[in-house]
Design a protein around this ligand. Structure first.
Ligand code: EPU
Length: 338
């Protein structure tokens, strides 16, 4: 099925709660439908910009979108292969990511539980390489199915070719706009392995039996305590990526700020939490008109009601300036500006 709308409000499709419109919004429920949409665009010589969105939890619109927004409603969770250790599951790009995590937990499949409650859809998980509590989705993905926008050819891309790195993939960089993801195959374990040594996850689980459900609930509780609910206050989770810096700069800063938290990356690099730096700059809980920095997690910028994209962008720029002035570090948005 293909559903087409014109002059369409994107309010329900962006968690920042921006009241913007798209000239055209097209939703499809199968790979064939998507190919048909792309074929028709080519035949008609359509040249308006195309934007593919998922749950809209990582987007910031600067204004109305003068083009066509495509949204996958391709559903389905199918076991493709199984052995005694693992299961390979192909999931439609339009499935809600957290519904898939719930499915994994219910089937005693290990690996996705630390990624509980991340907003967004399956297709975007493979673009953004979503991560939380020491887990990254790149470690579960085996293959990405996508359609080539220029030819409507369906391709299967092995995870090894997706150039995955912290919040990065080839789909955000070299291949930006080239493919539309239609399904993602994940490999989940069948034997109990837990990763609970990140942050206060172990502490949150203390006194409870260690099960997939318990980890899922603990992650939910921690997230709920820090991250604002987008249904109540517009936001896109972490606004900035945590910067990876040279170890020499890190050592120098650590001398100045002995309590500075950090994550090891490799022999030459260290990752520093941007939220901590923004907090140290005094931004936590502050507002700039209708936008502000969340009072429980400084990495999150919030729409305090009725704000526009440029207002969020101006706040982001002010925060970036202060972090650069105080720490000498450039921080970059994780959120995609449209
Ligand atoms: N911190 C502060 N003040 C703050 C925020 C953080 O001092 O206002 C300190 C914390 O005390 C902690 C450190 O900074 O020592 C890291 O904070 P936290 O554990 O909250 O994680 P984060 O690095 O800020 C990342 C991800 C989140 C993910 C959490 C948990 C990025 C950009 N963000 O945040 O992902 O949920 O770790 O794993 O990597 C997202 O991408 O949208 C997102 C929410």
């Amino acid at each position: 099925m293909i559903y087409r709308y014109t002059d369409y409000s994107l309010l329900p499709h962006n968690t920042f709660g921006m009241d913007v419109k798209a000239d055209s919004f097209v939703e499809y429920t199968s790979v064939d439908d998507l190919c048909r949409i792309l074929d028709e665009r080519r035949q008609a010589g359509a040249s308006d910009p195309l934007l593919c969105i998922g749950g809209g939890s990582n987007l910031l619109f600067s204004g109305d979108f003068r083009g066509t927004v495509l949204h996958s409603a391709i559903r389905g969770i199918a076991v493709m292969r199984e052995d005694e250790h693992a299961v390979w599951v192909k999931v439609g790009a339009g499935e809600v990511w957290d519904d898939f995590v719930a499915h994994c937990v219910a089937h005693s499949w290990y690996g996705a539980e630390n990624l509980s409650a991340i907003p967004g859809e399956v297709g975007a998980s493979a673009v953004q390489n979503i991560g939380a509590y020491g887990a990254e989705v790149k470690d579960l993905i085996t293959e990405v199915e996508a359609v080539d926008v220029a030819t409507s050819e369906v391709v299967r891309i092995p995870a090894a070719d997706c150039r995955y790195a912290y919040r990065q993939s080839i789909f955000k960089n070299e291949w930006k706009g080239r493919f539309i993801i239609t399904a993602v195959t994940y490999r989940l374990g069948k034997t109990p392995v837990f990763h609970i040594d990140y942050g206060n996850l172990r502490e949150e689980l203390s006194g409870r039996e260690l099960t997939l459900q318990a980890v899922r609930e603990a992650v939910r509780r921690i997230r709920d305590s820090k991250l604002p609910d987008p249904r109540k206050q517009g936001n896109a989770g972490s606004f900035f990526m945590n910067p990876v810096v040279e170890r020499s700069l890190f050592e120098q800063l650590r001398g100045q700020y002995p309590s500075m938290p950090y994550y090891e990356v490799d022999a030459a690099h260290v990752k520093i939490p941007a939220g901590w730096m923004i907090d140290r700059c005094g931004w936590k809980g502050r507002s700039l008109g209708r936008v502000g920095v969340h009072d429980r997690q400084a990495l999150v910028l919030v729409n305090r009601g009725g704000a526009t994209g440029p207002e969020i962008m101006a706040l982001a720029a002010a925060v970036q300036r202060d972090v650069k002035a105080r720490f000498g570090i450039d921080i970059h948005p994780e959120v995609n500006y449209i």
